[in-house]
Design a protein. Sequence first.
Lengths: 167, 167
Amino acid sequence: MEFKEAKNKFVQTWGALGSQWGINKTMAQIHALLMVSHEPISMEDIMEELQISRGNASMNLRALMDWGIVYKEYKAGERKEFFTAEKDLDELAVKISRERSKREIKPALKVLKEVSAIESDGTAAEKHFVDQTSKLYDFVLKADNVLDKITEYKDNWLAKLVVKIMK
Amino acid sequence: MEFKEAKNKFVQTWGALGSQWGINKTMAQIHALLMVSHEPISMEDIMEELQISRGNASMNLRALMDWGIVYKEYKAGERKEFFTAEKDLDELAVKISRERSKREIKPALKVLKEVSAIESDGTAAEKHFVDQTSKLYDFVLKADNVLDKITEYKDNWLAKLVVKIMK
DNA sequence: ACAAACTTTCATTTTTTTTTGAAAGTTTAA
DNA sequence: TTAAACTTTCAAAAAAAAATGAAAGTTTGT
């Protein structure tokens, strides 16, 4: 396999993986492309390489920047904007975790708290509902916190995590 | 808030969360419904409660059973099939992790290994590509393993995890 | 073997999501 | 201030994903 083929395969795979995780294909592909590029790329080049429209490129680049995992760069003397991806993988994981937690987990937790707080009459159905949603709340809260801790201490996270939780 | 309203809110929220994680809305909703139900539910009742067609119900129930998080049950004397969800949350997490790892992470790892193995000529571009995809391979492999370990020891996973990894 | 009581399948339709591209907007340099 | 060189926006189109429902398939009891 040669370079171009490998790069293409990587971009395609990363794109497919993205869609399975609720991220749109183009967004994941642009990110993939930027990750393996050793120098900043212009919108023009992204469009060219991925065969996508200007609008598509613009919107997905904005989304990636909102996630904090792609940056704009300006080259001296050039009018055009260039883009780079966060390449430190720990940093990338931290940012993605934080963002997904904020956007998805936190709101879900709020709802779980609400619905588990209903006044149950005594029926088995209602008792089970309250019980199950309460457990779910605790579980999701704990999982979210663990993720937070893991990503908080990127380096050596395991050891520090243990200290923090065990004490 | 009363029971019916709370249940509905939970089912809707779980469904929305599902779509953000690459699981289709109905599948997540059926799962939600079964999770908070204290007794097995028939396909008929699922269709009724979620206002979906027979085909849709059937296909999504099959998918949930393929994931191993919903079970068929037979009630004595009844011809109809009933369904229950895995309600133990640790067990649920284990099954979802395993399945996603098998279906998505493992194939991605295979590709990462492949593309990071190209013979780099000396150019910066190719060197960077090999370097970055190798790092990515290591990172994803490690993350996948940690998840595996966490879910392997549902109870007390943290302590055992430390022992296993630290030694 | 038959038929009633169910479930599954899959071509078609519907809905949702993504992409396009042209117009509007912005920035810079002269 | 103007115009060239860009980027963003967003209504419309296209593509992808999900849902429908009727026909085909299966199972069970008699």
